[in-house]
Write a protein that binds this ligand. Sequence first.
Ligand SMILES: *[C@@H]1O[C@H](CO)[C@@H](O)[C@H](O)[C@H]1NC(C)=O
Ligand SMILES: *[C@@H]1O[C@H](CO)[C@@H](O)[C@H](O)[C@H]1NC(C)=O
Ligand SMILES: *[C@@H]1O[C@H](CO)[C@@H](O)[C@H](O)[C@H]1NC(C)=O
Ligand SMILES: *[C@@H]1O[C@H](CO)[C@@H](O)[C@H](O)[C@H]1NC(C)=O
Ligand SMILES: [Zn+2]
Length: 510
Amino acid sequence: MAISMGKGSVGVLTGVFIASLAVVVAVLLLRTYNLPELKVAWKGKGAPRIELEEDEREQLYEALKGALRIPTVSFSPSEQNTTALEEFKEYIKSAFPRVFNSSLVEYELVGGYSHLFNVQGSDNSLLPYMLLAHLDVVPATPEGWDLPPFSGEEKDGYIYGRGSLDDKSRVIGILQALEFLFKKGYKPRRSFYIGLGHDEEISGRHGAKEIVKTLETRNVKLEYLLDEGFGVLDGVIYGTKRPIALIGVTEKGAITLNLTVNSPPGHSSMPPRESSIGILSAALSRLEQNRLPNLFGTGPEGSTFEQLANEFYWPLNIMMANLWFFNPIISRLMALTPSGNAIVRTTTALTIVNGGIKANVIPATATATVNFRLHPAQTVEEVLNMVSEIIMDERVILSAIKAFDPLPISPYDEENFGYQTLKRTITDLFSVPVAPAVCTVNTDSRHFVNLTESVYRFSPVVMTAEDLGRVHGLNERISREGFETGIQFYWQLIQNSDSDTVPVHRHSEL
Ligand SMILES: *[C@@H]1O[C@H](CO)[C@@H](O)[C@H](O)[C@H]1NC(C)=O
Ligand SMILES: *[C@@H]1O[C@H](CO)[C@@H](O)[C@H](O)[C@H]1NC(C)=O
Ligand SMILES: *[C@@H]1O[C@H](CO)[C@@H](O)[C@H](O)[C@H]1NC(C)=O
Ligand SMILES: *[C@@H]1O[C@H](CO)[C@@H](O)[C@H](O)[C@H]1NC(C)=O
Ligand SMILES: [Zn+2]
């Protein structure tokens, strides 16, 4: 009896289990195959493509090369090549005469070397937007480069130079597009600003921040703002079928934390049980061993994968379409690589350690610096609390040298003018799917959050994993076509932004 009842229960349980499994599988498949098709067709016509004459094409390559030859290097937080920054002012004036002599443009220098352009539209009822880029670059020495980093030379269809990706191709791309637009007699309907910062690589304190102050004194509000970002990623996201454009809708926050341990100094012949170096090392080790929590899916990174689910190969497509179910697996898989890990959590990086000067002296002080990059779902306060709990030693004095919260999440819904206008321009030009994403690095755009809720980060260039390594690395370069496509992008974006309605798309059949 007992046995047969047992058998019956097992049978019922198995039945229930199989039934629920069938339901789960059905839901997973339904969700996967009913995803909105990302290959969208837009209602109405977008801006036409630019038709370039051969001499205009040469002119645009020369404009970039000339900019790359001016070493606008930010050496350290307090040191920039101001000679080069001066030279850059004169350079853009001569390279883009129409931008500077147009009656539609108000131009001013800000913070000594940054540039602010206000391009006057004909319809004052439309809120202006802003294109932001930076003209400073990180240092580069010729060692390891195929062509010298400040030569603006070309090889195999690629223009080499520090800044060719980050960010002079955008500085020149924006100005060149506007120069061509004026040449063809274009008059914008919607006003816009162009901001070119001169110290992005060292915080934007004198450039972008001063531009913001200038605009704030004039009570300027923006419809949207576009700054540098990921671009069109080709073969970068594991398991995807084709290149994908990511628009940064937020940036991680950051904390630079100093750890200090003081202990009585003494001779190494009679060391104390615990030294300042030992106490500090133990604290650092605990920080590295105990990573902050995996928060995958609690920020916009969940939307990135959900919106792109169709773009993944089987079975990743089913998993991405059903993060509610597969989140525990995906989040663990992501954490396996440094780049994936940076997406799922607040990262902890031990960057500086100092202590001791003499082999036979116990130092009185040991210090270290740890850099955290905050996941969008966390705040500075929360992270600092977690860090003290992990260290659990009040002999370790913590002081945050620099700290800011993750940036607000910009809207990416169907009603948002800026996001949809960008998305439309990207799909028209690159024919790739577009999704929102979290930027793991910071840009000048973070200074603008009080001027608009719609801050986006996107660079109109196709980037492979190898290209990503060239940014701030060796042999930074851009292909001729890649650069021309960038100009095409701004040419179309500026015209698409003249609309007063949000672009609407209809999902097309495959
Ligand atoms: C600074 O830029 C000028 C050109 O504008 C260049 O001649 C000079 O070598 C640069 N200085 C350094 C230290 O790179
Ligand atoms: C502006 O510059 C362009 C190109 O050099 C020139 O053709 C045009 O005449 C100039 N316009 C004015 C108003 O100076
Ligand atoms: C923070 O610590 C680093 C060494 O890790 C030291 O060089 C720096 O001066 C410290 N900063 C402050 C503000 O104490
Ligand atoms: C934005 O405004 C708030 C409130 O006035 C201020 O505390 C904050 O510093 C501003 N942020 C920026 C980036 O200017
Ligand atoms: Zn940059």
